[in-house]
Design a protein around this ligand. Structure first.
Ligand SMILES: NC(=O)c1ccc[n+]([C@@H]2O[C@H](COP(=O)([O-])OP(=O)(O)OC[C@H]3O[C@@H](n4cnc5c(N)ncnc54)[C@H](OP(=O)(O)O)[C@@H]3O)[C@@H](O)[C@H]2O)c1
Length: 249
């Protein structure tokens, strides 16, 4: 029997990158997946690729009404949730001088507020034995220049996860975090920086890429799939770095 047979996993930010890599692995292992993101075109492409066990819901994690619609749709289609990958996120890298209120609100609105309300809205649908995984980032651990707001948002994700893990113990729900290093996904192009920022951030990151390469989304996905699986049944409140040694060496 496959590890995720008859299981339903919701993936926010499931249309591209790490979220899509996790969806591929889960479907191959028998799961029903529900992908949530804002862009319809990317959701349609993912659904075409993944086939009948993939459902998509279009929406924005910063909008409570959209999150309500997501979990209502999941309840109607599957009756409950066995796994939740809280992965939707954005990155912007700017120095202190350019880090204005709008930048702060965008990053925290999606990465922290969005993650919190995703979990809060999902809780009534979680089945006993369910597993939640959130996506942090190596940025939270390495003190990189021009990353303050993004890094703070990803540090907040780890703190949030630990508290939710404690609170959901009584529901027999585990909560863990995966912390990727720089990984080849569309986010790299979306968060392209100006020359001045590149000159400060680029050498800092390059020097710390201990394996000398970017991660692959499937490498991060394998860790997420493990944490979602019954093989991780005694693991909760943990943050697993998948960063090629960037934070640990
Ligand atoms: N790639 C890296 O180097 C790296 C390293 C460390 C951590 N991470 C984290 O990994 C996670 C996944 O990123 P990725 O690298 O796979 O990049 P990605 O391909 O850009 O994926 C981001 C996903 O989140 C969705 N999303 C963004 N804002 C959203 C919102 N407000 N509501 C709903 N969905 C939203 C995107 O779709 P739409 O834009 O269509 O909504 C997309 O599906 C993020 O949390 C990111 O911070 C990435």
């Amino acid at each position: 029997m496959k590890r995720f047979e008859n299981k339903t996993v919701v993936i926010t930010g499931g249309s591209t990158g790490i979220g899509l890599a996790v969806a591929r692995q889960l479907v191959a292992e028998g799961a029903n997946v529900v992908l949530f993101a804002r862009g319809q075109a990317e959701l349609d492409l993912a659904a075409d690729e993944l086939g009948q066990r993939c459902m998509t819901v279009r929406g924005d994690v910063t909008r409570q009404a959209d999150l309500g619609s997501l979990f209502q749709a999941v309840e109607r289609a599957h009756g409950g949730i066995d796994g939740l990958f809280v992965n939707a996120g954005i990155a912007e890298f700017v120095g202190l001088a350019d880090a204005d209120e709008a930048h702060f609100d965008r990053i925290f609105g999606t990465n922290v507020r969005g993650a919190f309300f995703t979990i809060r809205t999902a809780v009534p649908s979680l089945r006993s034995g369910a597993s939640i995984v959130l996506t942090s980032s190596v940025a939270a651990d390495i003190g990189a220049p021009c990353c303050g707001v993004y890094a703070a948002s990803k540090g907040a994700v780890v703190a949030l996860a630990r508290c939710v893990a404690a609170e959901l113990l009584e529901r027999d729900v585990r909560v863990n975090v995966v912390s990727p290093g720089p990984t080849a996904t569309p986010i790299l192009a979306k968060s392209a920086v100006d020359e001045a920022t590149q000159n400060r951030l680029g050498p800092f990151v390059a020097q710390r890429m201990r394996m000398g390469r970017l991660g692959d989304a499937a490498e991060v996905g394998a860790a997420v799939t493990f944490l979602l699986s019954p093989q991780a049944s005694f693991i909760t409140g943990q943050c697993l770095a998948v960063d090629g040694g960037m934070s640990g060496l």
